[in-house]
Write a new protein. Structure first.
Length: 358
């Protein structure tokens, strides 16, 4: 029997099978629907939200329009800071609304800022000035606070530096006779921003760690496609067991064709999904095609080994769901357990989907 003709016949038979046709059509439908459903905006949705509110000495809330100049400078930095920052800030004028945002989880945390913050800092009061509102489930409060501290430093460093030059430095007598206070603050701000004083080098920008809806929805999709291709191979193996009851079909070439045919169809449509769903392709088209071909070869070899070792069809029926479920759990479809459990770095290669996701 010509294996190539048998492969064509098997492909035609699969396309005409209603159950398998539904499985095949589900993949291109996903390719059409997912880009329409998932938003690819990268604005505030990709950041961790935090809130702030400004109060006076009596702990009464101050309206945003009534902020003092130094507080207005601070809130402007928080509101319109680094566009690549992981955090976004929102000002409130209602304490109950601020607390509700923290309790509901809409805000990671919130800051109650006293109106006289900077005057108290310049007077030497440096502890317990800002109240932080947080909930037990908050996990990034310490990181958000570092962003707030950086904004405060940007606001207070200039006046503190000027006070030092005027009162304690060796050139105190030259201010403002030789150099004006405005020039000092301008020079200080310029050097603070150009990295000549001190600077930080980020090897991974904060934006790279932002968790977005797109990442959550798309991150397991390639792994699921890999498991579906393997599932198609298992269905081919079960079909072979049925065909092998006739001695004419109990051949190695027939077994290869029966397993390979459904994987070819699923791989073709999985490739179309990768092409048309933004964010799935890694590298270029040729790279993705090579990875799919390599993955099919690995799965084919695995299933040929399984069908050689396991002669009973009922055993395959029991083995298949357990193995596929293990692929979802132990290979990096949803989460890479090898990052947390050292033993899983080796064990995950027992599950075929790991070879496509490597």
């Amino acid at each position: 029997m010509n294996p190539f003709r048998l492969l064509l016949f098997r492909l035609r038979s699969l396309i005409l099978t209603p159950a398998f046709l539904v499985l095949l059509l589900a993949l291109p439908v996903a390719a059409v629907l997912i880009p329409a459903v998932v938003s690819y905006d990268t604005g505030v949705d990709d950041t961790v939200a935090a809130g702030y509110i400004v109060v006076d000495e009596e702990n009464e809330v101050i309206a945003i329009d009534d902020y003092a100049d130094d507080i207005e400078q601070l809130t402007a930095i928080l509101d319109h800071g680094d566009p690549d920052s992981l955090f976004s800030f929102k000002g409130f004028e209602d304490m109950n609304e601020l607390r509700a945002g923290v309790v509901s989880g809409d805000l990671e945390c919130a800051y109650v800022i006293p109106e006289d913050l900077f005057s108290r800092m310049r007077a030497g009061d440096k502890k317990n000035l800002i109240t932080i509102l947080t909930s037990p489930k908050s996990s990034l409060t310490a990181l958000v606070s570092e962003t707030v501290y950086a904004a405060i430093f940007e606001c207070v460093s200039g006046p503190v530096f000027l006070d030092y030059l005027k009162d304690e430095s060796a050139i105190a007598d030259a201010i403002p006779s030789l150099i004006s206070e405005e020039e000092v603050l301008s020079e200080q701000a310029a050097h603070q921003q150009d990295g000549s004083t001190f600077s930080f080098l980020y090897e991974n920008t904060p934006k790279a760690h932002a968790v977005s809806r797109n990442a959550v929805l798309l991150s397991p999709l390639k792994g699921l496609l890999a498991v579906i291709i393997l599932l198609a191979g298992f269905t081919g193996a079960l079909t072979y067991y049925n065909a092998a009851e006739n001695p004419l079909y109990a051949r190695f070439s027939v077994r290869v064709v029966m397993i390979l045919a459904p994987m070819l169809l699923c791989s073709l449509l999985a490739f179309l999904c990768i092409l048309f769903i933004p964010g799935l392709m890694e590298g270029n088209v040729f790279t993705e095609l090579v990875r799919l071909v390599f993955y099919q070869i690995i799965c084919l070899a695995f299933l040929l080994l399984i069908t050689t070792l396991i002669r009973g069809r009922s055993v395959i029926y029991a083995f298949m769901p357990v193995y596929l479920l293990s692929c979802l759990i132990f290979s990096p479809v949803f989460i890479d357990l090898g990052q947390f459990i050292p033993m899983m770095r080796t064990l995950k290669w027992v599950f075929m989907s790991s070879f496509y996701l490597m």
